[in-house]
Structures are given as C-alpha cells and as structure tokens.
Design a protein. Structure first.
Lengths: 315, 440, 364
C-alpha cells in the first residue's frame, strides 16, 4: 500500500492526481490478475504437495497398505540419519562420487572446449551448435542408447577403448565401471552446457583487456591465469552449482542406463527414493522423510546458485 | 539389399588418419602462402604430411600391440601412439615451415619491412595475429574442434544408424559400420506382429494386398497385426507437451509482464519462490502428487500430467519471459498509455509483438522440457496417458531386445530436439540459465 | 627515451584507406598530439605504432630499430586506452603491479615501484579499491600509473580524457602535462579536442580523411593553417572564411563590400591568381576590430557574452556569418549595421580550388 502511495505522490502526477490514482489501482488489479494464476498453480502443484509430504514424513504409511497413516513423529528421520544409516548412506556416497566426478570432468572438458571454440573460424557457429545437441536430448533416451553403446559385445564403446577387444569390459554390470559409465554419459551430455556458459563468459571479456595485457608484456599463460580465469570464474561457479543440483536430482539417465545396478552400485539418492516410494513395499512415510533430507540439501545449494545467478545478472 | 557387410574397423586408425590429414592440410597452406607459394601446394604437402603421420600412428599401434598385450592395457598403446604421431606431425610441420624456400619469382613482398606477411594486411588484426605461426596454431585449433565435435556426435549418429539396421546387423558382434539399410526397425516399432510358420509365409507371399511394410516384416517371417503402443505414446507425448506448453507460456507471459512492469509487493521473494519450485527434484514432489492424484482420479490421465508439466514449466517461463520483457523499453507502452490505450490494449498491441521472439523461444524450450520429461510420466501414468520417454525403455523388458526398433523410437523422439537446437541456438544459454545470462 | 619514426605507414580496411601513407618523426621527449575528427585515422595510427594493428605498408622505427612486425610486447611502449582498460577483477594496486608481475619482477621491487608511482600520481589512498568503485579521474590515474610503472620508452595515449567529466578533464590535462615535463618521456597523444591538443602538444598532427593535413606547433596550426580544413577545425569557433574575388590588390566580397589586402600580401596573391581570381579570406575572430569608420560593412546577427569577451556574429550578406571578438562591455543591438577592420598581420588567404593556404613570398 505504501508503495502505491509513494508512486501516486511522484512529482509529475501532482496535477493529474485523480486519474493517476485510478490508473494506479487498476494497475494493481491487473498485476494481481496476471500473477495469481501462476501463484495458485504453483501452490497447488508444488507447495501443497511439499507440506503433504512433510506430514507424511512424520507418519508410518504405505500407499498400498490398508492401514491409515500412523503418527511416528521423527522416527523416519531417526531411521535414515542414525539407526539404519548404513542402508541410505551408500546412496549419498554414490551421489556424491557421481557429482564430484562428473562435475569435475565437465568443468575441465567444457572449459577446454570453450577455449578452443573461443576464436571464431569459418563454420565455428555450426560446430558449436552440433556440440550442444547432447544437452538438449531426453536423458532417458540418452541413457538407453548409451546402454547399447556400452554393451560388451554389441556396442562399440569397447572397440573405442580397446583396439583389440578380448572379451571387453562389462561396463554396465561391473560394480566400479557402472558408476563410471554413468559419469561418462553425464559428461558427454552436460560438458556442452559448461562450454556454453564458459563461451558466454569468455566472449564477455573485453578485447581491450588482452590488448592492455599484450602491451604490458604478459605471456599467454600469464594472461590466461590473471585475466581469463578470474573473468570466467563467476560463470564457472554457476555451472558447478547448477550441475551439482542436477546431480542430486539424477534419475533419468541412471534409470535409462543401469536402473541403479549392478546391485545398488549406481543407485543415486533419487533412484533410491523412487524405489522406496514406488517399488517393493511402497514405504511412503520413510521415503517422504528421505525426500525431505534431499530437499534440504538441494535448497542449500540452490540458494547459493540463485545468489550467483543474481550477481551474474547484475554484474 | 546391396550386400555390404563390414564390421567395425579399427576406429582410431581411421579417426587419426583423418585428423592428421585435416591438421596438415589446414596448417601447411598458411606457411606456404606466407612464403609466396600457391596455397594449393600447401594443401597437398600438408595432406601428405598428415597421411605420413597417420601411417606412423597405424604402424606404432601395431608395433605396440605386443606391449599392450603384455601390460593388459591397450588404452596406453593408443595414448602413446597419439602422442608420438602428434609429435611427428608437429615436427614435420615445423620442418616445412623452416625449410620451404621463399618463392623467388612471385614478385617483391608487398611490405618492405622484414618479417611481414606476403599479402598486405587489409583487415584489422594485431601484429602477433598476422604471424604465420599464430595462424597455423589457429588452423590446428579449428581441426581439433572439428574432430572433437565429430567424436561427440558419434553416439547420436550410431543410434541413427542402428535405427536402419536389420535385427542381426543391430546385434552383430563386432558391431557393423557399413550395413544394408532397412526399414525393419521402424516397422517393428510401429506395429504389433505375430510369427508365421513356413506354410503361412508361403501363403502370405502369394497375396497381392501387401503393402511395403508387410513385405519388410515378411522377410523375417512375421505378419503385421496392428499398430503398436509406441504410436499411442507418441500421440500422448504430443498432446500433453503441446497443451502444457501453451498453458505455461500464456500464464507465464501474464505473470512475467506483471513482474516486469508493476510494483508487486514482495516481488523478489515471489520470484525466488517461483524459481525454487523448479529446483525441486521431481521424485520429491511425486509422492504426495501421486496420493493427491489417486484421490482426485487424475492418476494416469492427460489432465493430470498436463497440470503437472504446466506447473513444472511455469517457473521457467516466468523467469525467461521476464528477461525478454525487461528488454522492451517501458517508454513504448507509456507512449501508448498516453495515447489513450488501456493497459490491456498496450500489453496486447505493444508488448506481445515486441516480445514475440522471446515468446517463441520460451515456447520451444517448454515444449522440449515437457517432451523429454521422464520421471513424472513414469510414476504417474501406466497406460492411458503414458508418454514416449517411459515407454521406450520398457521396450527392452520383454524377451528379444529389438535394438533397431528402440533406436528408431529414440530417433523419432530426437529429431524434433535436434531441429529445435538449431533453431534456438541463439537462445540456448538464456534458456538453460533461466534467462539470467545472455549470449554475447 | 625514444624516437618514433613512421615511414610511409598506411592502413587499409579492404580497399578503403584508414590511414593514407604518412611520415612522421617524433623526437626524443617530445609530446606529439594526433588531432582530428572521429574516423580520421588518428587512433589507427596510434594502434599501428603500438602493434595492436598490423600495418598494410610502410615501416615503423623505434629508436632507429625496425619494429614494424614486432609484437606489442616487444616494443617497450605503454598504451593508455580511451576507456582505461583496467582489469575489473583486480584492485588498483594489482592493476598497477600487473606489468611488473608479468615480467616476473621480484615482490619487493614491484611493491616499491607501485608505491613510487602512486605517490607521484597522489593516489595512495585508492590503491586497494577495485576500478568499478573508483571515480573516472582515479581510474585514469590508475591507467596512467600502470603505464608509468614500467618506465617504458614511449607513451601512447588514446583519448585518455575522453571518458571524463568536463571539470575533471582540466585537472587531468594539467596532470598529464606536468607528468610529461617531469618524466620527459616521448608521448604520442590522440584526441579530437583541439583545445586539449593546443594546450598539451609540443607539436600537433592534424588529420582528416585518413590523411595528415598539417604538422606543426600549436601556434603554427592556429595562426598558419595549411589548408581550409585545418583553418576550420582549429579554434573555437574556427577561422572566419570569406570567399571573394581578387582583382589587383582588392578583394571584392559579397554585396559590393571590398577589402584592400595588406601590401605585403599583394605580390603573392597576384602570383597565385595571376592578378584576377577567386580567393578565400581567412581571419581569426580576434583579428577583427569593430569601429565606426572601418572598412567592411556588416550586420549584427547575434551576440554571445563569453564571460571575458563578447562574441559577435556578423552577417556579411550572401548569408556569410563571421565571428568577431569584442570587449565584454560592448553592446550591439541585433540587426544594427556595423563596420569592422582586420589586423593586417593576422589575415590569411586560401585557394578555393586546392583548399590550400597561399604562402606569402615575404612575410610582412
């Protein structure tokens, strides 16, 4: 209300105060008219479920059971975080390892590609777009055709790694290679994203900085270390945060590729959540608690991410 | 069909052969032009140098084979061969640069000062970027990028190829690079079939009401008995993605306009709230939504998925569109308001036409997200409203894996995405960062 | 310290000349200003000297050494950019230290030199601030300090004051001039502001249309412009240029007005026109004196008070407006007929066909 008043009292409206006032109120009405549907839908589809989920996380409940929800307070959280920690801890380490490896490799490859593509040449636009294709593909479909590629006898991946395949590695059914194959696919798919961010960061560095550095007798390496790297750093940070959030949500590619297997060696938190909630015993209460723990982690990273985005937008 | 039947050749030999020839034939002409020769000579010499390095790579790979067997690590032999052959080509190029004579008869240098380029520099360039050494490095860089892009696209190309393989070709070991293309996979994808015994095959072959699809299936002893589920799934995908896109873009446009043009109390918090809904992992929201939908009878319905996708894309479309609308100068509308337009008229006649590219880009992004979405569809549908993404993996489940059909299914699914990537290339960065960062 | 020589240096973009072949020698310790309107090729010339732009033809010598195809970093020159080109992610101190660190100077040396130069520029208090938080003047000081800290052979400055507010400009102009006198460093300075050029330059190179129009001291380009372009461009307002027909010692201006040319000029003008031909008379506003029984009639078109003096806009007929300076107290009503005289030592003549100045055989 105070804001509306402040605007109505702005200097040029002194003479035209009455119509201005009317315009102001109708503007407010329009603003609310325009925003409300969005807010309502988001509340219904996101906020309500979140609270419902919070409620469920304090209950012992299964959607396929005939029992109504039974209030158990913090038991579910206690189970996940302390008494049965072993069962879930594994999923968090898998997710963490997966996030670390894939985000790290994506940063190196994406930044490297951006440095290569930085100087334009004939056809570089086309090449850039071609490299970006994987990022736009459906993750589950990507997982699926990589499954064929990783196949030890029918897929070609082993033929690329081994010049003379003797048996070849069982990428998807080997406990260590399983995670690596997901990392490889994730890197293939998302390095272009990092590249895109870095390219925009690089193109935003004004030429005159490099001209000044050339005059100042800085070597190429010195220029890279003292100008290029610090200048793209904000965008690298955005890329890291975004990819880390996505790693915690990793579901589609894993489902398409390994389904969490072999055993549970590639079972990320999101996959575990799915199997707890929708497979086997349908442990709705417990999985809601797990969901909340994941949510808190993601909210923490998102906060950093959105702050970084806002800074990028302003600067 | 053509009787071609070649298994996967030694990939890296071919790859690096092409690579080195590309490097040689782009880097050498720079030197030759600088020394006053025709660049064509440079291309020929460079290609020869590249071929030489390619042969060196091949020989080295073969020579290192026993070592690789011994160490049980063939990857090392590839890496060694790459490094050595790279050193060879660089040394050869340096040799060419050092020892190719200056062309005598080509007339005096355009530039008197020593060390300058042969042709006068009639474009804007820094002195050190006119240097042939620097330019050869640029040529090298471009070659590396081209080859890396090729490597990146191999999985997609492989999938496209698999879609046109026959069943035996698709599962051949070692995999085939050259094969008889057939539409078998695509027909398999689209149809339900039953197996025929030899008597039935003969009977079918005698019939003359068979179309091309029937004939293709008949070759592998099957008869088409109807349309497959895939067609239905694809139709569901189209309906659900299309409707939710229209809804989320139109609602998003209104909200974005309001956020961009009016003082909304708590605007920052609302926008943050809107964005944060996008950050939720789908799996977290799905449990309560599942329960909710079951109560409301929305489980496995188009409406249910449409509502969910609309909400899911709404945060994205608000943020992206707000960025686009912020770019339209406020003065346009203010002028219209002074001229007696109402807010709504100004919005329709001024803002919408100005924001049309932004709206188009947002629409396409929303569509792609909904089109690609897997988790919600997997958990909230079973059959009636099931979309293609959860369906394609489920095709693996039953018995013989029809890889060609799966590849064909994926291919149909990916084609729109590839087209869109090209159409949206200017806006990709904006799209993936919620409009926060613009491409330079 | 250094000399800079340009020998037939030219730059083409496609078929268009950005700089036509030009020759210039900058002596050791000299402050040379490249002056011209935007797009005249002055910045391109400066960038060619620095190596940021490759020449299309010609040679550049630095201390007699051919540096035409040497990298910018091998030329031992410093460059001050128009918009300062400061590294936005570094503090002022880091910016100034950058050229020293790039050469791997020892930490203590870097520290000492940064402190010395910042004391010289009186900017110690801003050393730990990033450029974004600095005022334009302080950013300029950082840019100058970064150039000075390396003790380069020559300074190149591309409109270093162009991005500053008007009142800051005066201060910085004095600072740069003072710095040049203290350091006695060879400097090439680009500007489009002729007042700046006159105030700072030992010599001015006036450029237009990719070509050098005149090279001379500020007094030379002001008083003896080589052609009509220089005459119009230098001074504010520029030289008054009045076309007329010269017949044996008398210039016939519009509407019957005549001007008897000074005797000293008559032989040169006779020679130039073979006794009878078109000429352009040029004189600075301060050369005209309004008086009751003066020679040339005119009408007052407008008057502006410029603080210390009054600028009269006089209409000569034929829509020619000339400017004349009078005292602060002088008051003239608009449309009053007046008459004025010209200081015979301060008139110049130009050939309308070639636009070049006519050079007197014997200066009066």
């Amino acid at each position: 209300m105070s804001q509306a008043n402040a605007q109505a009292l702005s200097p040029q409206s002194a003479a035209a105060a009455p119509p201005r006032q009317r315009r102001q109120t109708s503007d407010r009405a329009i603003a609310w008219l325009f925003i409300t549907p969005t807010i309502v839908l988001l509340v219904v589809m996101n906020i309500f479920p979140l609270f419902y989920s919070l409620y469920l996380s304090f209950n012992d409940y299964s959607v396929i059971g005939s029992e109504p929800p039974k209030w158990v307070a913090l038991d579910n959280y206690e189970k996940i975080l302390t008494s049965e920690r072993q069962r879930y801890w594994h999923n968090f380490t898998v997710t963490g390892r997966y996030a670390l490896l894939s985000v790290g490799l994506q940063l190196i490859l994406g930044f490297g590609l951006a440095m290569l593509l930085r100087e334009k040449f004939r056809g570089s636009g086309l090449i850039t777009t071609l490299i970006l294709i994987p990022m736009m593909l459906s993750p589950v479909v990507v997982g699926l055709f990589w499954k064929l590629i990783f196949d030890p006898s029918k897929g070609f991946f082993n033929y690329l790694i081994y010049t003379n395949p003797r048996g070849g590695a069982e990428w998807l059914s080997d406990p260590t290679l399983g995670l690596w194959s997901i990392v490889i696919v994730d890197v293939w798919m998302w390095s272009p994203f990092v590249m895109l961010l870095c390219l925009s960061g690089l193109s935003a560095i004004p030429d005159y900085l490099y001209e000044a550095a050339a005059i100042d007798r800085a070597s190429a390496w010195f220029q890279f270390r003292r100008i290029t790297l610090p200048q793209v750093m904000p965008l690298l940070l955005i890329a890291v945060l975004f990819r880390t959030i996505e790693a915690f949500k990793a579901f589609d590619v894993v489902m398409g590729l390994t389904g969490g297997g072999p055993g549970d060696t590639t079972e990320t938190v999101a996959v575990r959540l799915y199997s707890e909630a929708f497979l086997g015993k349908f442990r709705t209460g417990e999985s809601s608690a797990l969901a909340y723990i994941v949510l808190i982690i993601i909210i923490a990273i998102s906060n950093l991410y959105i702050r970084a985005l806002n800074r990028a937008r302003e600067g | 069909m053509f009787g071609i039947d070649i298994p996967l050749p030694d990939f890296w030999v071919v790859y690096f052969f092409i690579f080195w020839v590309l490097v040689g034939s782009t880097a050498a002409p720079v030197v030759f032009r600088h020394k006053g020769h025709h660049p064509l000579i440079g291309i020929v010499v460079g290609a020869a140098v590249g071929a030489l390095s390619g042969i060196a790579f091949t020989l080295l790979l073969a020579a290192l084979q026993p070592l690789a067997d011994l160490l049980d690590d063939p990857l090392a032999s590839i890496l060694v061969s790459i490094v050595v052959s790279a050193a060879i080509i660089l040394a050869l190029l340096a040799f060419v640069r050092r020892f190719v004579p200056e062309s005598g008869g080509a007339g005096p240098r355009a530039v008197e000062a020593a060390g300058g380029p042969r042709a006068p520099v009639t474009y804007s360039a820094r002195v050190d970027k006119v240097d042939p050494g620097w330019q050869s490095v640029q040529a090298l860089r471009a070659s590396v990028v081209i080859m890396l892009a090729g490597l990146t696209l191999i999985p997609v190309i492989w999938m496209a190829m698999t879609a046109f393989k026959s069943y035996p070709d698709a599962v051949a070991s070692p995999p085939k690079v050259v094969f008889d293309p057939t539409l078998e996979g695509i027909v398999t994808l689209m149809t339900k079939r039953r197996n025929l015994d030899s008597a039935q095959i003969a009977e079918y072959e005698a019939r003359d009401d068979l179309n091309w699809a029937d004939r293709i299936m008949l070759k592998s002893g099957k008869a088409i008995i109807g349309q497959s589920d895939y067609v239905k799934r694809l139709r569901n995908s189209l309906i659900i993605a299309g409707t939710s896109t229209v809804l989320s873009v139109s609602m998003g446009l209104l909200a974005a306009y309001a956020f961009s043009r009016f003082r909304v109390p708590g605007e920052g918090d609302l926008l943050f709230f809107i964005l944060s809904t996008r950050m939720l992992p789908p799996v977290v929201v799905t449990i309560p939504i599942f329960l909710m939908y079951r109560e409301l009878g929305l489980y496995d319905t188009h409406l249910g998925l449409i509502a969910l996708y609309t909400a899911f894309n709404l945060s994205f479309s608000v943020w992206l569109l707000k960025g686009f609308i912020d770019e339209i100068p406020k003065e346009y509308e203010e002028a219209a308001l002074v001229d007696g337009y109402t807010r709504l008229q100004a919005f329709r006649r001024i803002v919408m036409p100005e924001a049309v590219t932004g709206i188009a880009a947002t629409t396409v992004f929303c569509f792609i997200f909904a089109w690609n979405e897997y988790a919600f569809a997997l958990m909230l549908t079973t059959d009636k409203a099931r979309t293609a993404p959860p369906h394609i993996p489920s095709m693996i489940g039953s018995g013989v894996v029809e890889w060609a059909a799966i590849a064909a299914g994926s291919l149909f699914f990916l084609i729109p995405v590839v087209i869109v990537t090209f159409a949206l290339r200017k806006y990709l960065l904006r799209g993936v960062t919620f409009g926060a960062i613009r491409q330079g | 310290m250094a000399t800079i020589e340009l020998i037939n240096v030219e730059k083409k973009f496609g078929d268009v000349h950005a700089v036509k072949p030009m020759n210039l020698t900058v002596r050791d310790g000299e402050f040379v200003v490249l002056l011209g309107p935007s797009g005249c090729g002055k910045t391109t010339t400066l960038r060619m000297i620095s190596g940021l732009e490759a020449v299309t033809g010609g040679q550049i010598l630095l201390n007699g050494r051919d540096v035409t195809w040497e990298r910018p970093s091998d030329r031992d020159i410093a460059f001050v950019f128009q918009f300062f080109a400061l590294y936005s992610h570094m503090t002022a101190r880091e910016n100034i230290a950058f050229p020293l660190q790039a050469q791997g100077e020892r930490r203590e040396v870097v520290r000492q030199r940064v402190e010395d130069v910042s004391r010289l520029l009186r900017m110690e208090h801003v050393l730990d601030v990033r450029p974004g938080a600095l005022s334009g003047g302080d950013q300029q000081r950082v840019a100058l300090a970064r150039a000075l800290v390396r003790h380069p052979a020559a300074f190149l400055m591309d409109e270093p004051l162009g991005a500053l507010d008007a009142d800051f400009r005066e201060t910085m102009r004095a600072e740069i001039k003072r710095l040049h006198i203290d350091q006695h460093a060879t400097t090439v300075y680009v500007t489009h502001d002729q007042i700046e050029a006159m105030a700072m330059g030992d010599r001015i190179v006036v450029m237009s249309d990719a070509d050098v129009q005149q090279v001379g001291t500020p007094a030379e380009v002001y008083h003896d412009p080589a052609n009509l372009f220089v005459a119009r461009f230098i001074g504010s307002p520029g030289m008054n240029l009045v076309p007329g027909r010269y017949v044996r010692g008398v210039l016939h201006l519009a509407e019957g007005a005549t001007y008897k040319v000074p005797d000293a000029w008559a032989p040169s003008l006779d020679a130039a026109t073979r006794g009878d031909g078109d000429l352009i008379l040029g004189f600075r506003p301060e050369a005209a004196t309004v008086g009751v029984d003066s020679a040339i009639p005119a009408t007052v078109y407008a008057t502006d008070l410029h603080g210390g003096y009054t600028m009269l806009h006089l209409e000569l007929g034929n829509n020619t407006i000339i400017h004349a300076r009078t005292t602060r107290e002088a008051k003239y009503a608009i449309n009053t007929p007046v008459r004025f005289d010209l200081d015979p030592a301060m008139v110049r003549f130009f050939d309308p066909a070639t636009e070049a100045a006519i050079i007197p055989e014997v200066r009066a």
